[in-house]
Design a protein around this ligand. Structure first.
Ligand code: ADP
Ligand code: MG
Ligand code: MG
Length: 881
């Protein structure tokens, strides 16, 4: 195996081996962009190291050869006393993990080479500043010294001199600092900072390997579902210096605005600084447009390279660059992260520009992003003066209690509170808190600061660089220049779209995209982009999208959002509220007459419900499920009743009766008890009443000139015998109503497949069913043998943590197990009846990964809640590509 590749040897196809960063550096080198030369140690080498605790034996030789090549190309020797070659050691995994892994700059400096470096550059201060950075970074990331100790030492110097930034520390100060840092390392580790450049390099490479298993990296991988065993590559690259005076600098640039998607070069530039400074938000950077005046030549050149990259990758790219004394170097590129808004606009624009096809444009956006755009926004009145303005780094509206550190954010979020994490600036250590928070607010840093980049990646609301805020994490409060003080626990509203923070909870209103989706039209670049993507998805998708809706209002809304029918209309919701008394009467009925009377009273109510829903969905299928849950769910709580009876002097005889019924009907495990088709077969007249209500509703709609398409669905069938009995009863009532009214009724009668036995005997069940609807919620419960409500609250967090699940099987379908049952059942049913319609209802119908699976499994439709329909349409389209 070859463990080391020079940048000239690699390419972007090799990202798995070279990591994202290494592949990008190689590709840019290939394209002839100005990349400082270097080489990449592969992820394979990392894997060997992680598995065995040692580098592969060949690595030493290969790396030495690559280093010699680099020294030759640069005409310098690593860490030589006179004109030293300095290198950076940069991590780079397959998937970008912003700020997760540690990079060490200026390797090769030591007590001697620092002087040589100063002489060559003619800039003593920069040389010592670089050395100071090296000792600090090396001490922290390689030797494990607490980073705060270094920061405190620097802060002490700043305070003593009365200056605000490190930038103002003079050379003499830096020389002293380096000595202090070295002493600090010795004190903390019992070891000296290594002066030998080769040792520095070797240990830095190993530290990058080790950082794969660091806490921050693990948290990030877990959250982003990045596999644990990929390992990271390590890039060793000749250093270039952005800190050699005003004609030097460093920056980050995007080919388009990653927040809005607007066309045109976008980014930050920081004169006289090294790369880390921009990302860390140590000093506030200038908008990149100002580089045009400061260094017009580099600015134009940068623009050219950005165009080259976007054309080559055919997508938004971002770069990290450095200008060393008027010479531009590109240090990194990747296809850039972007907000949901930017994703839609960029995909749309690239398609209009002819860079990508409509199909490709569709692959660039996701249902999750679309859902995010549908979230409501703040309804801000002109009179609501914000507490502070900052940079709108990641859009959306969030309300929460202010917290000042990651741990508190995690604590409160775990207790169910919504929080806003407020920091001066964030570091990778804040990651757990950022995950837990609704929004992140910082007082320092630009659009490319850590807070901004990470929040955007997570789709989390973020306002950064709100300079008017002074954040005091120790006193747990922040204040504004106008004197408002906000304490921990106070509620604020963060508007990531406008870049503002408001005191208190602002009211929310529908987003423009949400509105446009419901009305089918709307103005503005974003709305146009979203509607365009959906139109293409609708054109290519095979899966139909229906809604889970129980009320006429939901049906209307779902239809507006593009539902092609109702896949699940639950009837039990129609038994609640004021109708409870009637349901109680039915349950308590002592004889058939009393029960018939109670059902009689329910009939017109149900009929009215069905009529209204069929009207809202006129011309489209409405799958109505007969009552499913155990009847005692409609009765009061047993304990409450018992207490009420025990405490009253004159007990209500009705309560007594109710308690008897509750006790009689009590089940150890209601989920597996008298429910679904079992209930329909066991309670005389119940099923007949529901079918009659449906049939009469259909007749009414026909009478009113409508085109009702009701489908009757029998829940929780385990054997074809149950379905036969239920079907006979259903057909009997349909025939009755047809005879009474003279209206022919041919409602399809189907069943839910939500028990493993039903899936396993699908071929037999198909003989009695006109359609199948997979109830994957119950199918997941019964296949796994667990109850969702109990499991999610008890051991799911543990299972997710231990990696037994990467995602809850209720959120995304377990393709291997539950999904297998679905595939088997579909195949078996289609052997019997190739035309048998199959669909899925239940939460999985709205989950992107599950939708892709259902497409592959050959289902005809998915059904999901109205709000998720646009996302489901989009994902069904993507699945078909
Ligand atoms: P990250 O993955 O956290 O972005 P990088 O490896 O990109 O880490 O490095 C962090 C910073 O150091 C970046 O801003 C980058 O521009 C800068 N940097 C890395 N290598 C060099 C180099 N050879 N010369 C100058 N700056 C560098
Ligand atoms: Mg970088
Ligand atoms: Mg069910």
């Amino acid at each position: 195996t070859k463990y080391v590749y020079t940048f000239a040897e690699g390419s972007r196809e090799m990202a798995a081996l070279l990591g994202g960063k290494g592949a990008g550096l190689a590709e840019m080198t290939r394209l002839g962009l100005p990349v400082p030369p270097g080489f990449t140690v592969t992820t394979e080498a990392c894997k060997v190291y992680l598995a065995t605790g040692e580098e592969p034996p060949e690595l030493g030789v290969e790396a030495a050869r690559a280093l010699a090549g680099l020294e030759h190309a640069m005409g310098r020797t690593l860490g030589a006393d006179d004109d030293p070659l300095l290198v950076s050691v940069r991590s780079g995994a397959r998937f970008s993990m912003p700020g997760m892994m540690d990079t060490i700059l200026d390797i090769g400096l030591n007590d001697d080479s620092v002087a040589g470096f100063a002489k060559v550059t003619g800039d003593e201060r920069s040389a010592w500043d670089s050395y100071r950075r090296l000792v600090q970074m090396f001490g922290h990331t390689v030797m494990g010294v607490d980073g705060d100790l270094f920061e405190e030492a620097i802060a002490a110097h700043r305070t003593a001199l009365g200056v605000a930034t490190d930038h103002e520390l003079a050379t003499t100060e830096l020389v002293v600092l380096v000595e202090e840092f070295k002493a600090l390392i010795r004190r903390e580790t019992g070891e000296d900072f290594p002066q030998d450049p080769a040792e520095q390099l070797a240990r830095a490479v190993r530290a990058v390997f080790d950082s794969w298993n660091g806490e921050r990296a693990r948290v990030y991988r877990h959250r982003e579902h990045i596999p644990e065993d990929l390992g990271t590559a390590v890039n060793v690259q000749a250093m270039v210096f952005g800190n050699l005076g005003p004609d030097s600098g460093t920056g980050v640039a995007f080919t388009r605005d990653p927040a809005t998607g607007a066309r045109g070069l976008y980014g930050d530039y920081l004169p006289d600084a090294q790369g880390e400074d921009v990302v860390a938000g140590v000093r506030d950077a200038l908008p990149i447009s100002e580089m045009k005046q400061l260094d017009p030549r580099s600015y134009v050149e940068l623009g050219d390279h950005m165009r080259t990259l976007e054309g080559h990758y055919r997508d938004l790219c971002d770069v990290e660059f450095t200008v060393e004394r008027g010479r531009l170097w590109i240090l990194q590129t990747r296809v850039g992260k972007r907000t949901a808004e930017a994703a839609f606009r960029i995909a749309h624009d690239l398609r209009e520009e002819g860079t990508v096809t409509a199909d490709e444009a569709l692959t660039r956006v996701s249902g999750a992003e679309l859902t995010r755009l549908m979230f409501p926004r703040f309804d801000v009145k002109a009179t609501d003066a914000p507490l502070a303005h900052g940079i709108p780094a990641s859009p959306g509206a969030a309300v929460g209690a202010v917290v000042f550190d990651s741990a508190e954010a995690v604590r409160r979020a775990a207790a169910g509170e919504q929080v806003v994490l407020v920091r001066r600036e964030t570091t990778p250590d804040d990651l757990p808190g950022m995950i837990a928070a609704q929004a992140v607010l910082t007082s320092r840093g630009g659009k490319t600061s850590h807070a901004a980049v990470v929040a955007r990646g997570m789709g989390k609301v973020c306002v950064c660089g709100a300079e008017d805020l002074s954040v005091d994490p120790v006193a747990r409060r922040f204040s504004t220049s106008s004197g408002t003080v906000v304490h921990e626990g106070d509620t604020v509203s963060v508007d990531g779209t406008a870049g503002t923070v408001h005191l208190g909870a602002l009211p929310l209103t529908a987003s423009d995209v949400g509105r446009a989706l419901e009305s089918g039209t709307g103005e503005g670049a974003l709305t146009e982009a979203v509607l365009g993507a959906l139109a293409h998805a609708d054109a290519v998708r095979r899966l139909q999208v229906r809604a889970n809706a129980d009320t006429p209002e939901d049906a209307v809304r779902a239809r507006a959002l593009g539902a092609q029918g109702i896949g699940l209309c639950r009837t039990e919701h129609m038994f609640l509220g004021e109708r409870r008394a009637l349901v109680e009467a039915m349950i308590l009925a002592r004889d058939d007459t009393a029960r018939a009377q109670a059902l009689e009273a329910l009939l017109p109510l149900q009929r009215a419900d069905f009529t209204a829903i069929l009207e809202a969905m006129d011309g489209l299928p409405v799958t109505i499920r007969l009552i499913d849950p155990p009847l005692h769910e409609f009765l009061p709580d047993r304990t409450e009743l018992a207490v009420r009876l025990a405490q009253s002097v004159h007990p209500d005889p009705h309560d007594r009766q109710l308690l008897d019924a509750v006790e009689r009907m009590h089940e150890q495990n209601p989920m597996l008890g008298l429910r679904g088709v079992r209930l329909g077969l066991a309670v005389p007249g119940l099923m007949a009443m529901q079918v009659r209500a449906i049939a009469e509703a259909v007749v009414r709609r026909v009478g009113d000139g409508g085109r009702p398409c009701a489908e009757i669905m029998i829940p929780l069938v385990g054997t074809v015998e149950e379905l036969r009995l239920a079907r006979a009863e259903t057909e009997r009532v349909l025939a009755e109503v047809a005879a009474e009214t003279g209206t022919p009724l041919d409602c399809p009668i189907g069943t839910m497949i939500e028990l493993p036995r039903a899936a396993l005997t699908a071929a037999r069940i198909a003989e009695g069913a006109d359609f199948f609807s997979f109830g994957t919620n119950d199918l997941t419960q019964t296949t796994w043998g667990l109850s969702r409500d109990d499991a999610e609250a008890s051991f799911f967090p543990l299972y997710l943590d231990k990696g037994v699940f990467t995602v809850s099987p209720f959120e995304s379908i377990d393709q291997e197990g539950v999904g297998r049952l679905v595939e088997m059942a579909v195949a078996a049913a289609h052997e019997v009846d190739p035309g048998l319609e199959t669909g899925v209802c239940g939460e999985h119908g709205g989950d992107p990964a599950s939708i892709h699976f259902f497409h592959r499994a050959g289902l005809d439709y998915v059904s999901c809640s109205p709000f998720r329909i646009p996302a489901a349409r989009l994902e069904a389209g993507r699945a078909a590509l």
